[in-house]
Design a protein around this ligand. Sequence first.
Ligand SMILES: [Zn+2]
Length: 250
Amino acid sequence: MMDAPLTLTYTDAQLRRQLAIATRLLNAETILDYSGHISVRAPGRDALFIQHGTDPRSDVVPERMLLVDFDGHVLEGAPGKPPIELPIHTEILKARPDVQAVLHCHMELAFLFTMMDGMQLLPMRARATRWQSGIPTHADPSHIKYPAQGKALAATLGPHHAALIRSHGLVLVAESVPALAVDAIHFQENAHAQMQVLQAGCRPVPLTPAEIEQIVAHEVRDYHIGKLWRYYIQKARRSGDLPPGWDAED
Ligand SMILES: [Zn+2]
């Protein structure tokens, strides 16, 4: 089931800023590293904002974000190229009008579950209710360089909020950049919890449908996202991962 589309009122400048903040936060949380990227849909256009492929994730700035159309043409931004795996973003945004922001990363803790015989990544922690519809695995481990590959990945993702890519990484989708960043942190926490259960030699006992229903009944997603977005911004500011003056509310 898909979320209802949100009516976003962010300006291009705000979206560029959110992308830069989220990229630095996720780099600080070791979810992004020398590769991986976030995109956000450009309001009212068949285009997205994304960083340069070779810019260090630790140092991205709003002014260098590229505006790229769904055919891969750079429309605005500092000279340079988008990431090679751009078709992940263009094809998912084309296929999913309910999605505003896409993360692709190589989170080992998550894709290790594509290497385990008979084991799947399961909703273990309370915030993993986000993925209650399932986390499909894309069977092709190749880097996604061409639109046909991106389309195939979008088909694997289907209506879900996450998909693993066999021996390679994952995609997450959300209704905004802050929501995507918070989801990514919870995705990693959930994979970590399941791995710890396995490493303890125990059988994972995921949340049951009844437990998920109980949790979801009391969740206020927007409140939670706002709270964690501010928390991680403050944490990154204190550690020096974000420059002073980069504000959550800008
Ligand atoms: Zn990749």
